[in-house]
Design a protein around this ligand. Structure first.
Ligand SMILES: [Mg+2]
Length: 189
C-alpha cells in the first residue's frame, strides 16, 4: 500500500527510553534527532535531561546531529549546552538534509538512525534516504493548527500501520502454533 512510505520502522514513547547500547552493538554509529516535540516541547530550551542524554551518547561513541526545519537561532539556542552537530532549515522530508547530516557525522544509511515525532517530515525523509526511523510520541499535545491537521492525517496512517503490525504478530503466533503442533505430532509418532 502507498501509505507504507510513511510507516516508521518502529515506535517508542520517548527518545529517552531507547536502548542505544543495543543499537551500537548492532553497528549503528550516528543518530539524527528532530528537536521540537521529540527532545523537548516545541520551542523549548534544552532541559537537564536532554543535556545529560547527549553527554552520555557522545561518551558512548555516538555521532549525533540535530536535524530541524526550524530556524538557525532556535537550533543554536537549543544546542548551546548540548554541543551536537546540527542542521537548521533542513527542509525535511527532502533527502538533501539527511545526506548532509550523515556527511557531518561520517556515517552511512546502514549505520544511522533517525528519531522524530512526525511521519510526513522526519520519518518520510528517513525512509526516502534508506535510514532506519523511530517515531516518538510528541512530547507536548498543544500544537499549532497546521500541525494539528497533519496529526489527523498521521493518525490515519498509524491506524493502518498498527493494523498491519498486529496482523504480522498474529501471523507469527499462528506460525509458531503450527510449528508446535507439527512437533507434538512428530513426537507422538
Ligand atoms: Mg518535531
Amino acid at each position: 500500500m502507498w501509505l507504507e512510505q510513511f510507516y516508521p520502522d518502529e515506535c517508542t514513547e520517548s527518545v529517552y527510553q531507547i536502548d542505544f547500547a543495543a543499537w551500537y552493538q548492532k553497528g549503528y554509529r550516528g543518530v539524527m534527532f528532530d528537536i521540537d516535540n521529540t527532545l523537548v516541547p516545541h520551542g523549548a530550551d534544552a532541559t537537564k535531561e536532554a543535556v545529560e542524554f547527549f553527554g552520555k551518547l557522545q561518551k558512548a561513541g555516538w555521532k549525533t546531529c540535530l536535524i530541524s526545519n526550524n530556524k538557525e537561532a532556535r537550533v543554536k539556542r537549543f544546542n548551546q549546552e548540548i554541543g551536537s552537530l546540527f542542521l537548521f532549515d533542513a527542509h525535511k522530508p527532502s533527502r538533501a538534509g539527511y545526506q548532509k547530516a550523515m556527511k557531518l557525522m561520517g556515517t552511512t544509511p546502514e549505520t544511522t538512525l533517525l528519531i522524530g515525532d512526525q511521519l510526513f517530515t522526519d520519518v518520510y525523509g528517513a525512509k526516502r534516504s534508506g535510514i532506519y526511523s523511530i517515531l516518538t510520541t510528541p512530547i507536548h499535545k498543544k500544537e499549532e493548527i497546521q500541525i494539528v491537521l497533519k496529526r489527523r492525517l498521521e493518525r490515519i496512517v498509524l491506524h493502518f500501520y498498527q493494523k498491519e503490525q498486529q496482523a504480522g504478530k498474529r501471523n507469527k503466533a499462528e506460525q509458531r502454533k503450527r510449528q508446535a503442533d507439527g512437533e507434538t505430532k512428530r513426537k507422538r509418532r
